[in-house]
Design a binder for this molecule. Structure first.
Ligand SMILES: [Cu+2]
Length: 202
């Protein structure tokens, strides 16, 4: 029996309704309540480069790329990235998308002076976004000029040195010299002279 237009329509509708539930996940399933965040720097912080960033992760584990242990992934730092990441999407590999494939949870990053946005995203064993993506809030930091920072630090140091009470260290008493040994090489004449002086004889 040939399908009537009405029957075709019914089949189409049914397949459309069923499709989402049958569709495979767009990426590795993220653990429930997984959360990635910055331990440091703080949002709005002004830092002197290089920036030390520390990555936090809750309800999932950190592992190296290539390890597909369930509920684990590795960190990626997005620097000044505006594009939104989709579930299952491969995380690019460039200056703005830094992969911490060894499972690092801390990084030292060199940034030009000025404002920058930072965001963390956890990637699966193949550097793909989880489903749903495990992505942090985007933070904004200001990197101050390293020279300015150094001068500032030096200025602070000299001020504190100036304010420091002047305490002159008193040199310790030199160790007492032992009494010179009595002279034993007096000539008989000098001995005679001394005895003469003391006895009043000349
Ligand atoms: Cu990666």
């Amino acid at each position: 029996m040939l399908p009537t237009p009405a029957r075709l329509c019914l089949i189409l509708t049914a397949s459309l309704v069923l499709a989402p539930s049958l569709a495979p996940a767009k990426g590795t399933k993220a653990a429930k309540d997984a959360r990635v965040y910055f331990i440091s720097p703080a949002d709005g912080e002004t830092v002197t480069g290089p920036v030390i960033a520390r990555f936090g992760l809750r309800n999932m584990g950190v592992t190296h790329a290539g390890d597909d242990f369930a509920g684990s992934g590795h960190h990626h730092l997005l620097v000044d990235v505006d594009e939104t990441m989709q579930a299952g999407e491969e995380i690019p590999r460039d200056k703005k998308h830094v992969h911490y494939a060894a499972g690092e949870t801390e990084a030292r990053i060199e940034l030009s002076p000025g404002k920058h946005t930072l965001q963390l995203v956890l990637g699966d064993t193949r550097h793909l976004n989880f489903d749903p993506p495990v992505i942090s809030e985007k933070i904004m930091i200001t990197v101050s000029k390293p020279n300015g920072g150094e001068q500032e630090a030096r200025a602070t140091r000299s001020v504190s040195a100036r304010n420091r009470p002047q305490i002159r260290s008193v040199p310790a008493e030199p160790p007492a010299q032992p009494e010179p040994p009595p002279e034993t090489t007096k000539s008989p004449e000098s001995s005679d002279f001394i005895s003469r002086v003391f006895s009043g004889t000349k």
